[in-house]
Design a protein around this ligand. Structure first.
Ligand SMILES: [Zn+2]
Length: 260
């Protein structure tokens, strides 16, 4: 399944998703000599101040810069160079409303780099931006298949968090076909170090276990459906409507499919 040398693109909605979800995978891939890039699609800074980490006392602008700096340091711990991480500028919590803009960034990167594997957060109903990344990965798979370029290409998803009843389940295991990968203690140690770089997110990251990470082939999803268990963000009372979110995904993919 592994080629000798692979280009692997990790889509991340926020600075920290990549480390939480696939930090040890990234470290192991780099150790094996594969090339990895991370595309952070949002700036990690919500428009509404009350959603910024409670312990943050500075401005929203400083928060945005701090998250970027942390992402640089974390990526370095995982074995990436500065030029291997790319930042989108879409507002946190607004990725679903800006799928067309995000698509342009993703498509350009695809055309320029032609990654063998592309990973995105799983469609888990955890954070709307995570689900939006997943929808973009599905769009990319469709685009690549339509262009007849899907040979030796693989699209995957990685677990972050999901709702279970009235609780949040962190790093739930995903069933299905998984890439085989031997993760060594040194890879977990790198992940632990990367984790620590995200100081501004210390509170949010506290409940996440380090292991195991769960990665599988991206399923064929029906994005017009809302998850049976409901969305995690409904528990937090976010001002967002479940039906609207699934419609945004569905409409975006329908427009993509209609493109010549
Ligand atoms: Zn996230």
């Amino acid at each position: 399944m592994y080629r000798k040398f692979m280009r692997i693109l990790v889509l991340s909605a926020h600075c920290d998703d990549e480390t939480i979800g696939v930090g040890a995978h990234i470290a192991a891939w780099r150790r094996a000599g594969h090339s990895v890039k991370i595309l952070f699609l949002t700036d990690g800074t919500p428009r509404n101040r009350k959603f910024i980490a409670a312990n943050w006392l500075g401005s929203a602008r400083d928060y945005r810069h701090a998250r970027r700096r942390e992402a640089h340091k974390a990526a370095e711990e995982l074995g990436l160079a500065a030029g291997e991480i790319i930042f989108g500028r879409i507002r946190d919590q607004e990725l679903a409303a800006n799928l067309a803009a995000a698509w342009q960034i993703l498509k350009e990167l695809w055309l320029e780099w032609h990654p063998h594997w592309v990973l995105a957060p799983a469609l888990q109903g955890g954070h709307p931006d995570h689900d939006a990344c997943n929808c973009l990965n599905t769009a990319l798979r469709g685009y690549v298949e339509q262009a007849g370029n899907a040979a030796n290409r693989r699209f995957l998803e990685y677990s972050l968090y999901a709702r279970e009843g009235n609780h949040i389940c962190y790093l739930p295991a995903l069933a299905g076909r998984k890439p085989r990968l031997h993760i060594l203690p040194e890879d977990w140690a790198r992940k632990r170090k990367a984790f620590r770089q995200y100081r501004s997110q210390a509170q949010t990251l506290k409940p996440f276990p380090l292991a195991p990470e769960s990665v599988r082939t991206l399923p064929q999803y029906d994005y017009s459906k809302t998850p049976e268990q409901g969305y995690a963000w409904e528990l937090w009372g976010w001002n967002m409507r479940p039906r609207k979110l699934s419609r945004q995904f569905h409409d975006f993919l329908a427009r993509q499919a209609a493109r010549p």
